[in-house]
Design a protein around this ligand. Structure first.
Ligand SMILES: CC(C)(COP(=O)(O)OP(=O)(O)OC[C@H]1O[C@@H](n2cnc3c(N)ncnc32)[C@H](O)[C@@H]1OP(=O)(O)O)[C@@H](O)C(=O)NCCC(=O)NCCS
Length: 158
């Protein structure tokens, strides 16, 4: 498994990643995420998740910019989007992507990774909680905010 930068050769594969129809309210489409990455190039870290040469999902981290500490700017880093293709869920790819993003953040000196999720049955709350994310008690635009402490986890090889 690896994370690959989105490039002209794999763009169509990234755009083809889709979650199940009943999950489409849980995460934005890849095309929307890539549009956001285009307008927030300093903060967005979009990657295609591949197993061998098989595209299986899409993940996008948000990266804080330490020197951009003006008031009102969010000084957090974490997972922005995670879409595991409907044909490839439940095979460990989501876990791999979370660990890979956490490794990237740790390598950048971050001590915490944040995520938000839709608070509904069938949402990803159990997935993230099993990975060590705990609720901060905040909500953001109707979503639950959670954080994982990166200092206590072993470095991933991702
Ligand atoms: C949630 C999601 C990212 C998980 O990725 P995945 O590759 O299917 O998950 P994994 O195979 O790594 O699963 C790891 C564990 O979490 C569990 N899990 C995964 N999704 C779950 C869910 N929605 N509810 C409960 N448990 C879940 C798995 O059963 C597995 O448990 P196990 O270790 O006891 O077997 C993926 O299902 C997905 O893309 N869902 C739709 C979009 C979404 O919700 N994205 C997150 C937006 S914040």
């Amino acid at each position: 498994m690896e994370l690959r930068k989105i490039d002209p050769a794999n763009l169509d594969s990234a755009l083809a990643i889709t979650v199940r129809p009943d999950q489409q309210d849980l995460v934005a489409s890849v095309v929307k995420s890539l549009a956001e990455a285009y307008v927030h190039p300093a903060h967005a870290w979009p990657r295609l998740i591949v197993d061998g040469d098989q595209p299986v999902g899409f993940v996008m981290a948000f990266i804080r910019i330490p020197w951009n500490d003006e008031p009102g700017v969010d000084l957090r880093s974490g997972l922005w989007r995670l879409n595991i293709d409907q044909a490839h869920q439940g095979k460990g790819y989501g876990t791999y992507a979370v660990e890979a993003v956490c490794a990237e953040l740790r390598a950048r000196g971050e001590t915490h990774a944040y995520v938000t999720w839709e608070p509904r049955a069938g949402g990803p709350a159990p997935f993230y909680r099993a990975l060590g994310f705990h609720l901060t008690g905040e909500e953001s635009e109707g979503q639950i905010v959670a954080v994982r402490d990166l200092t206590g986890f072993p470095k991933s090889s991702a």
